[in-house]
Design a protein around this ligand. Structure first.
Ligand SMILES: Cc1cc2nc3c(=O)[nH]c(=O)nc-3n(C[C@H](O)[C@H](O)[C@H](O)COP(=O)(O)OP(=O)(O)OC[C@H]3O[C@@H](n4cnc5c(N)ncnc54)[C@H](O)[C@@H]3O)c2cc1C
Length: 354
């Protein structure tokens, strides 16, 4: 059995930022990641842009420089994360998934396995722990779950949702060129997909259960564009609509209307997998099933168990916790691990994501 003081689970931006802080403070830790670093960004569609300005998503004191002072793309940011890890010489055990955690009087025992992708994305839908090779267990006194919150899609639970032309992930836009595509959803990911697909030559139908988009929750550069494309009938928009079934050729609405669809994109958000929290006895509160924790320390109701980044927020129905608002977690956790209380406060002004 391997032994350490602290284990960080997850090497997204906040897990990496925390690792750099622990290393700088000379604390003993191991850092485990189920996939490659930044695995969540890996499953975003190529070319997806951050809504946050580069300086707000910089971590661990390393500048994020983007050509022409633009917002960073997924590709820019993955390159950047590699450079942060290199700059700080961080030792991250990638492709190592924490499968389960036991708790006893001496702390925690983490059971891990060699894995092939991060927790999230298309591959997570068919994840099966029993097919993985177990690795040596790790004993730790304290653990930080920086595991993110977008592990599985919010399923609609309708017939046909598992057909091969149906996806909860946008993927490469090129595949949709000149095809009839139905997109379900009314937040940023659905709006962004509709605009990009229109530009790629797809015939786009948007199905939204609401009347219209909430302008406060749509990226400000997307809103006028989607409004224009719908008003000019370049994108067909169906409000107050629910998809009830999908066949290999059509998407059916509650009204009985069938829309011809070569592809169907269900962009209705993602949820967090709560298994590790449940095994540890962390209380999950509210509709979002947010892990209960002290804001000043990020320590959960289970002593020695901390949460960082979006992992601290459960399945966010309205996104309040993201990179910009999570930098502060690093200082709070570091201080608590060192027996201090941080006086760091969150940024007073952030742009909401959805
Ligand atoms: C299209 C899109 C655009 C976005 N734009 C922005 C933006 O502009 N600004 C912003 O701040 N946020 C944005 N977000 C949200 C952003 O993805 C998150 O804020 C960010 O990834 C959160 O970082 P994190 O480190 O908390 O978690 P994540 O990046 O999700 O990292 C969690 C990591 O933990 C790993 N993990 C989970 N469970 C285990 C386990 N059991 N064992 C080992 N490893 C595990 C995962 O594989 C993953 O790599 C966007 C999201 C989407 C989908």
């Amino acid at each position: 059995m391997r032994n350490t003081d602290i284990v960080i689970i997850g090497a997204g931006p906040i897990g990496i930022e925390l690792a750099a802080a622990l290393k700088q403070a000379n604390l003993e830790y191991l850092h485990l990641e189920a996939g490659q670093i930044g695995a969540t960004m890996q499953w975003w569609a190529p070319g997806t842009k951050y809504f946050s300005s580069p300086e707000r998503i910089e971590i661990a004191g390393v500048p994020l420089v983007v050509a022409n002072e633009e917002k960073a793309t997924r590709e820019n940011y993955l390159d950047y994360l590699r450079s942060v890890v290199g700059t700080h010489q961080l030792n991250i055990e990638t492709y190592t998934r924490v499968i389960s955690i036991d708790k006893d009087d001496n702390g925690f025992i983490l059971h891990t396995a060699r894995s092939f992708h991060g927790v999230g994305g298309q591959e997570e839908l068919s994840f099966n722990a029993t097919t993985l090779d177990q690795l040596e267990p790790i004993r730790a006194k304290r653990i930080v779950l920086a595991i993110g919150d977008m592990h599985l899609p919010r399923m609609l639970g309708i017939p046909g949702e598992d057909l091969p032309h149906v996806s909860h992930y946008l993927g490469d836009v090129h595949q949709y060129a000149n095809q009839p595509v139905t997109i379900v959803g009314g937040k940023n990911s659905a709006v962004e997909a509709a605009i990009r697909l229109f530009r790629a030559g797809a015939q786009v139908t948007m199905v939204h259960r609401g009347e219209w988009f909430d302008p406060d929750r749509i990226k400000y550069w997307l809103y006028p564009e989607i409004e224009y494309l719908i008003k000019k009938d370049k994108i067909r928009y169906i409000p107050h609509a629910n998809l009830t079934a999908i066949t290999p050729t059509h998407a059916t609405l509650g009204t009985g209307e069938s829309i011809e669809s070569r592809f169907v994109l269900l962009l209705t958000g993602y949820v967090q997998k709560p298994d590790l929290f449940e095994q540890l006895g962390v209380e999950l509160v509210g509709n979002d099933r947010k892990p209960k924790h002290e804001l000043k320390t990020m320590q959960t109701n289970v002593p020695g168990v901390y949460v960082a980044g979006t992992g601290s927020a459960g399945s966010q129905s309205r996104t309040k916790v993201f990179i910009e608002t999570s930098h502060v977690h690093v200082d709070r956790i570091l201080a608590s691990l060192q027996g201090r209380i941080s006086d760091a406060t969150a940024e007073d002004y952030t742009l909401e994501e959805s």
